[in-house]
Design a protein around this ligand. Structure first.
Ligand SMILES: *Cc1c(COP(=O)(O)O)cnc(C)c1O
Length: 428
């Protein structure tokens, strides 16, 4: 019997990670500046006003070089308002991707509308532009790309399809604030960009979200939907007579403790994501040539970037590792980095199209599933209907989200992935 030269930690061998990770993963970075901003609002008793939020909005508008920003209490509500403001209503269909957080599209139910899932590109994990057009019907109103796990969606062909068919484009930027698509800031490419900035996201304020747009009508409609305190100032002739009450029956303004934190976080955001980009790119560069794994990031020189690398993933090619299931790969890598404050998990968000809420739930008592309550056909998408998307949970995994570029520690994390990939035969 020969002894393998390398013994994996999952089999009792030495762990690859020996360094102290310190605050490598701590996020958001909170300093006395954030604390002072919160205390100022608290002591002034201004938690529920809008003055701090208005300042945050004008700073965000400058940051995006956009005409309008409207802050919301969550990303879910910002996307809800953006969809309604873009004209989505009863019976309408919106095309999006199935692997995402539910807050991308589940709000459509409350508008009497529904989501139709197109395939995802297996390399970018975003909406596949080539799978959209054949899904467009008379009822399609909008396309909702999600810049998923930080990766920009291929927007040019999507804009072209939207223009050709008279559709709106609503970007979900919750994973990719500050990311670029061919040099353009994500969120400013479609008709409206909406996003979460809850604490887990790369731009983080507590609980909150906002939408950004150059379209005054979208901005005013979104304000009319969930911001009753702003309705008296709206100029749109159809909205003016309705001032005083929110059309959506929603109260969506941002908590001002969140606005205060968001202002401070925004001030440091560009500098902090540059460090994250350097760290994450260093991780992937060190893994170049490793079998079975590939980076999830745009090509260098494309003008596209990953923003803050929220929910960072790697791509998995089991065919290069003798068919090793992604869960076994993740378990073995996690053993190599145990104690490092991060463990690798397979897949990403659950696939929405296979969940009973998208197939069976009759949420509003229509006598049939809400997904198809206002449709003239059964547009549910059963198992097998989106083969590429359905293959993705077995073809990606989480990677560590480094907030500082400490290459000696990052190298140990990268080496853990390489050790497992190069010794995958031991796991067969
Ligand atoms: C977080 C998230 C949302 C919703 O944001 P909340 O602030 O949590 O309501 C929407 N879309 C995606 C892709 C998200 O990750």
């Amino acid at each position: 019997m020969t002894t393998a030269a390398v013994q994996l930690a999952v089999h009792g061998g030495p762990r690859t990670l020996t360094a102290d990770v310190g605050d490598l993963f701590t996020w958001p970075i909170v300093t006395e500046e954030d604390e002072a901003a919160v205390l100022e609002v608290l002591r002034r008793g201004a938690m529920s006003g809008t003055d701090v939020t208005h300042l945050f909005e004008s700073e965000l508008a400058d940051w995006f070089a956009a005409d309008h920003v409207l802050c919301h209490n969550t990303g879910t509500s910002a996307i809800h308002a953006a969809l309604w403001a873009a004209g989505v209503g009863r019976g309408d269909e919106v095309i999006s991707q199935s692997m995402t957080f539910w807050g991308s599209s589940l709000q459509l139910y409350s508008l009497g509308a529904t989501v139709v899932f197109a395939e995802m590109d297996p390399l970018t994990l975003t909406l596949d532009p080539d799978d959209i057009e054949h899904r467009i019907t008379e009822r399609t109103k909008a396309i909702l790309p999600v810049h998923y796990c930080g990766h920009p969606t291929d927007m040019d062909p999507i804009l072209e399809i939207a223009r050709k068919h008279g559709l709106r484009v609503v970007e979900d930027v919750s994973h990719a604030q500050g990311g670029l698509y061919k040099g353009r800031l994500l969120g400013t490419i479609g008709d409206v960009g909406a996003m979460s900035i809850m604490s887990g996201k790369s731009l983080a304020c507590g609980e909150g979200g906002f939408l950004v747009t150059d379209d005054e009508e979208i901005y005013e409609r979104a304000a009319a939907f969930g911001h009753y305190e702003r309705t008296s100032r709206l100029g749109h002739p159809e909205l003016k007579p309705l001032a005083g009450l929110p059309l959506g029956g929603c109260k969506y303004r941002m908590h001002q403790l969140s606005s205060a934190v968001g202002r401070v976080q925004l001030r440091h955001y560009r500098g902090r994501i540059e460090i994250i980009q350097e760290a994450m790119n260093h991780f992937w560069d060190r893994l170049e040539g490793t079998p079975g794994i590939r980076p999830h990031r745009p090509a260098v020189g494309s003008g596209s970037t990953m923003g803050g690398w929220y929910a960072a993933r790697g791509l998995y090619l089991p065919e290069e590792l003798g068919g090793l299931p992604v869960a076994s790969f993740c378990k073995a890598v996690s053993a190599e980095i145990e104690g490092g404050g991060f463990s690798v998990s397979p897949g990403a968000n659950i696939l929405l199209h296979l969940h009973p809420v998208l197939n069976e739930a009759d949420v509003y008592g229509d006598g049939k599933p809400t997904r198809i309550a206002f449709s003239d056909r059964d547009l549910r998408q059963p198992q097998g209907s989106l083969p590429v998307t359905e293959s993705l949970p077995a073809r990606c995994y989480s990677i560590p989200w480094f907030k500082h570029c400490r290459t000696e520690v990052i190298d140990q994390f990268a080496d853990a992935f390489r050790k497992v990939a190069e010794n995958a035969d031991q796991l067969a």
